[in-house]
Design a protein around this ligand. Structure first.
Ligand code: PLP
Length: 301
């Protein structure tokens, strides 16, 4: 089955899906994006993703392309056409296509909207979570507006490639004070020896992850103490637990930072408890309402 993408109003096989060579997303990374989890045939937390997408667009003065309800119709259709029961949905909105010039097109052009969806085996993520991941640390070298979810991800790509080459799954950016900002594609957390969850405040130094927001809710429900403050690499290395959060990894235990084992070197119980309770606190919008029987049994759960 060929994968189907949505591009500016059309549903096309990937081989035929394209944006213009003068699209500003391609030319200048003048675009924002969202990645939404799909689980059990449902979109996870679309409202939080809409809120963040609209904020990113507002911060960059890119027009909101369409209403939330119209966007949701496309999201569900892209997920359904690709038969994604568990996986992720990618949305990109660029400022649009215009003759190459750094300044914004005037008059404004319509934004470009692209969506794709891909299945991801849930068992793979669960197996990884049972094992935990290693992270490396790299100097923070991104611009100061990482709170905007822009597609300008070159430092993140370089950091994650460095992690891969070091046998790790994620790279934590470290600021000039020796404190962790966030991962290349995840938010960073520790659990102190006293059992307090610590994660950096979501002001301007990090992206306000949707998974981070929900994890804070889950932590409150579980009666865990949370401090939103910066933590250093040294503090992380002496923590009881560490973990990362993202829509693609969910709550993922970290078992080593720069080869220093965290806690006893195994996934922490707090991280795993948060992971297991996570979807009790999410909004789930089914991709299909009346056609669940279409999913082959092998894709269930
Ligand atoms: N931080 C960065 C830099 C990211 O790229 C991501 C996800 O792509 C996150 C954090 C986690 O965000 P979310 O939980 O919304 O997936």
């Amino acid at each position: 089955m060929s994968r189907i993408a949505y591009v500016n109003g059309r549903y096309l096989p990937h081989s035929a899906a394209a944006v213009h060579i003068e699209d500003r997303g391609f030319q200048f990374a003048d675009a924002v994006y969202e990645v939404c989890e799909i689980r059990d045939g449902a979109l996870v937390d679309p409202t939080l993703h809409f809120e963040r997408l609209e904020r990113s667009l507002r911060e960059l003065a890119i027009a909101v392309p369409t209403s939330r309800s119209a966007m949701l119709v496309v999201m569900r259709r892209v997920a359904a056409l690709n038969r994604v029961h568990d996986g992720s949905l990618y949305i990109q909105v660029s400022r649009g296509q215009a003759r190459r010039d750094h300044v914004f097109p005037s008059p404004a052009v319509p934004p470009t909207v692209v969506m794709t969806a891909k299945p991801v085996a849930r068992a793979k993520g669960e197996a990884l979570a049972e094992q935990g991941i290693k992270v490396i640390t790299v100097p923070e070298n991104r611009w100061s507006r990482v709170d905007i979810k822009s597609v300008s991800l070159l430092p993140n790509c370089l950091a994650k490639q460095a992690a891969k080459e070091a046998g790790a799954r994620e790279a934590w950016f470290v600021d000039a004070n020796g404190c962790v900002t966030e991962g290349g594609s995840t938010n960073a957390w520790i659990v102190t020896r006293d059992g307090v969850l610590v994660t950096r405040p979501a002001e301007y130094g990090i992206l306000r992850g949707i998974t981070r927001t929900v994890t804070l809710k889950v932590a409150a429900k579980l009666g865990l103490k949370v401090e939103e403050r910066a933590f250093s690499v040294e503090e992380a290395k002496h923590a009881r637990e560490a973990f990362v959060t993202a829509a693609t990894t969910l709550v993922m235990p970290v078992v080593a930072v720069d080869d220093a084992p965290i806690g006893n070197g195994a996934p922490g119980t707090t991280a795993l408890a948060l992971r297991h309770a996570f979807h009790d606190s999410t909004e789930m919008v089914p991709v299909h309402t009346a056609a669940r029987h279409l999913w082959p049994r092998s894709h269930a759960g």
